[in-house]
Design a protein around this ligand. Structure first.
Ligand code: OGA
Ligand code: NI
Length: 367
């Protein structure tokens, strides 16, 4: 949600995916058809790995006895190191609120396209309704309609992009986002403890953290084998919180050991992932994993995603506790606003976006 590009962009025709579906064409437009290497291999049976995505019980961290707490912190550390992803249960966010946000999101996506386009996401920007991260005419498109809003600080808000219909939309987004913000603050304290750091280290460093919300609606696709719901990427945030629609089919895939592992939804759980910022701060110890979304032949899917990141003014780089002789800095220091701008002005491209901060070993040739 950082400052945006002011260049005139030629992004070509971006079809609204729900409208494509309504038109009932059997052929998928070429711009959505992925090159062979990128097409998802959709197994008929879920991968055995998918059940092993860690589940963290927040109650044990918040209110557990000493032993429960200790074991859960170890599990959290292992999840962040090996997966960069976990699902959190017993998060104490009212289920009613989780249901309400899904309800208003679905009501919004079901509005006539003319109504939704009153809040357009301009090319090269990341707020409003449309497709983010499209910068050229020949870029492949995702089988997804998005609606995104910047929330905190207030200065990133664009009031013209806040829908008045459905009437409860704004109020629900505010209430939901307050709760998710508290969850992020709690999780960052536990993540700090899992690294044996002062529990407030991230909050103190981040100042007034930036928060944004994106709703992704993936209509069913007649050829899920040809398209992607969302291109492979890692998130530029510190933490991301993803709520999958109740009863939705599997859609989120994590890249691990050269395979794509589907994330089986756990009822009422929230999916958390480590973003690029925590990867850099921990000098690569905690992973910002590459992930993508795939579509389903018959079922639509909804996800509500919150991005939580440091204030744009903050300087980011590996923390001194994470660097020593056997573990030299893998990333340079940079301003987070600068990274945020780099992130939103490039197409989604797996882990490549983070090359921005990588220190590449320059070999000194001695002859
Ligand atoms: C995202 C994301 C995955 C999903 O919005 O950054 O990774 O399942 N979404 O919608
Ligand atoms: Ni993501």
């Amino acid at each position: 949600m950082a400052p945006v590009l002011n260049l005139p962009l030629n992004v070509g025709q971006i079809d609204d995916v729900q409208e494509l579906k309504k038109a009932r064409k059997t052929q998928i437009p070429n711009r959505f058809v992925r090159d062979m290497a990128e097409r998802p291999k959709l197994a008929a049976t879920p991968s055995s790995l998918s059940s092993s995505i860690p589940v963290i019980d927040l109650k044990k961290l918040m209110r557990g006895n000493k032993e429960e707490f200790h074991l859960e912190i170890l599990k959290l550390a292992a999840s962040c190191e090996e997966w960069g992803f976990f699902q959190v249960i017993n998060h104490e966010i009212e289920l009613d609120l989780l249901e309400k946000i899904e309800k208003v999101a679905m009501e919004f996506f079901m509005l006539p396209v003319e109504e939704k386009q009153k809040y357009p996401m301009a090319p090269g920007t990341v707020q409003g309704y449309g497709q983010a991260f499209v910068f050229s005419e020949d870029q492949k498109l995702d089988w997804c309609n998005m609606f995104a809003l910047g929330l905190v600080p207030h200065s990133i808000r664009n009031p013209k992009l806040w829908p008045t219909n459905p009437p409860m939309f704004g109020q629900t987004v505010e209430a939901y986002s307050r709760e998710i913000r508290k969850l992020c603050e709690d999780l960052l304290r536990f993540i700090a403890l899992s690294l044996r750091l002062n529990e407030n280290v991230f909050e103190d460093m981040f100042e007034l953290s930036v928060q944004a919300i994106r709703m992704n609606y993936y209509p069913a696709c007649p050829r899920p084998d040809l398209v992607l719901g969302l291109s492979p990427h890692s998130d530029g945030s510190a933490l991301t919180v993803l709520q999958q629609g109740k009863g939705n089919a599997v859609g989120l895939h994590i890249h691990k050991n050269d395979t794509w592992v589907p994330v089986q939804p756990v009822e009422n759980a929230l999916v958390i992932n480590i973003g690029d910022t925590i990867e850099v701060l921990t000098n690569g110890r905690y992973k910002s994993s590459e992930h993508r979304a795939v579509t389903h032949k018959e079922k639509d899917r909804l996800s509500i995603v919150t991005f939580y990141a440091p204030s744009y003014e903050v300087e980011i780089g590996p923390m001194k506790e994470m660097v020593d002789e056997s573990n030299p800095s893998k990333y340079r220091r940079y301003n987070h606003g600068e990274y945020s701008r780099h992130y939103v002005t490039n197409k989604l491209q797996g882990k490549k976006t983070l090359d921005f901060a990588k220190i590449t070993n320059q070999k000194v040739i001695v002859d």
